[in-house]
Write a protein that binds this ligand. Sequence first.
Ligand SMILES: N[C@@H](CCC(=O)N[C@@H](CS)C(=O)NCC(=O)O)C(=O)O
Length: 235
Amino acid sequence: MITLYGMGSPNVIKVTIMLEELDLPYGFERIDVIHGEQFEPSFGRLNPNRKVPVLVDAREAGDPVVLFESGVILMYLAETSGRFWPATTAARYEMLKWLMLQMASFGPACGQALHFNRAVAEPSYARDRFTTELGRLLGLVENQLAKHAHVAGPDYSLADMAFLPWCLTLKRLLPEAVELPRLQEWMARIGERPAVAKAVAASIDHSRRDLRALRDADQATLDRYYGRASAPADY
Ligand SMILES: N[C@@H](CCC(=O)N[C@@H](CS)C(=O)NCC(=O)O)C(=O)O
């Protein structure tokens, strides 16, 4: 049995896309990160960094495999299934460098740009800085899509699965950022894959619950969620 711990967020959707692409059955455990469920001791044993997604693979006898970091989870599912895992070292690393760029640069830039444009009302140095950096990275993806059908080259890969959920989130929350023709075409094309459509549809219910939790949260909860107050002292 595979269990995915998550919420309706892009880093979690990456993993559900891959699980759907592989047609792997899995259970979903919602973690209400807005109300701090990630600080429960039981969750800390799965991810000491207290973030979702977490994947627990208990399909084989013995200790389950417990993984955090969405990129690592994608790599694990690819390597263990033999799908979306290029056979040659050169092709594999060609794909992995774009996956790593998504993990290390694009995802964090999206998160910060969205935070300073949407969650915080006033214009600021931080807003300009992260919006500019996000624009630069989206330009890089646009250039890549001018040369290839997919982010990491001619083939659909883990890199597409990692970039797409963030791009779809931008389309909803910061649409002007993704008004790039090749990016738009790629989003529409990849979005039509049955596995992607299924994963995105499944995330809608989780997102609604996250939004309700955000709407109902008191100021102290919001301050903790947005990192303006420290995490619980004893976690
Ligand atoms: N690099 C991590 C980022 C994980 C992450 O930031 N997860 C968010 C949801 S997308 C989260 O758990 N937020 C809750 C919190 O920060 O307390 C990954 O890709 O898995």
